[in-house]
Design a protein around this ligand. Sequence first.
Ligand code: NAI
Ligand code: MG
Length: 363
Amino acid sequence: TSGKTLRVAVIPGDGIGQEVMPEGIACLKAAAKRYDIDIQLDEKFQDWATCDRYVKEGSMLPENWKETLQQYDSIYFGAVGDPARVPDHISLWGSLIQFRREFDQYISLRPCRLMPGIKCPLADKKVGDIDFWVVRENTEGEYSSIGGKMFPGTDREFVVQDTIMTRHGVDRVLKYAFDLAQKRPRKKLTSATKSNGISISMPYWDERVKEMHQQYPDVEVDKYHIDILTAFFVLRPEAFDVVVGSNLFGDILSDLGPACTGSIGVAPSGNINPEGRFPSLFEPVHGSAPDIAGKGIANPIGAIWAGQMMLMHYGYKEAADKMMEAIEVALEKGGPNVITPDLGGKGDCAGLGGHIAKLIETL
Ligand code: NAI
Ligand code: MG
């Protein structure tokens, strides 16, 4: 071990967040035990980021949330939302979006990886064919609040919303993506652009990619306009290793990529502040799934894989690799009594979670 304690705030949130997170925790504990990782999983945040709390107290989080969470290395997050009781923009903006913004989690990271036992929505793909990462810029770009509306309700009415690309903001996401590509066997980076149509900001993005590439001569770089790039995600996903995009392009790609590999219940995501000035957040991609909440049949793999990403991020590679192996073996060989209904099985959340935790201990 590194001798350092990894301090994690666990925030399960709403709906199936409460069901999948205990499984994620059990798997992290199994990995920590086997690999002697000093990890502290603080579970005192049970009602944080819940609509229960909002209904009772009028806020998703206590006032001192930032000072409190800032003392942790990481946030392990379930899901938020209960649209029958609280509008989604209130629950989401009152919790998850606050974390992303205030903790400058400027990288959104998602694996796109075809797992065993999952029916790929793309024809004739097998395990190993699809295995890449989408790196999204998560703080600026197209999602800016610079702009306005004038002459509303008249025929002169117009709206303007400007894209912001700072050298600081572009370079830091590119650096993260190049670093990631450099650590992978293929060492390949694909940049999403649209410099043919968006003629000021996107050529600037391309220029920064070219400049950053000089520091990573061993990484192979290509770029595609976003329109054909989305087509290639579907037509030849084998071509990708690390794909980097601006906030808008990355948003689209980070939904499309995992969608090309199957179930929503399996996909994880990281919201990362790479320098560790603030905690990074790891979560399953799915939401609170009110339609199945309380039934105990949610797939816990999204949450478990998010925990795996967390260990990888903090440098516990051996443990993370074992967790990944356990997830894959469970999907491949767990059988219909273990696999959850979203993947065609008859198993349940606790059964699949316990099965994976056991594999982490014994494989
Ligand atoms: P959702 O991801 O919660 O559910 C979409 C569909 O996928 C549902 O049919 C659900 O049953 C299924 N599903 C999701 N996760 C599953 C799992 N682990 N195992 C088996 N099936 C699973 O998205 P939806 O329905 O659009 O949103 C529900 C609530 O979640 C809303 O309040 C929304 O705002 C919130 N949400 C929160 C997110 C977050 O916390 N990061 C992300 C997406 C939505
Ligand atoms: Mg999205």
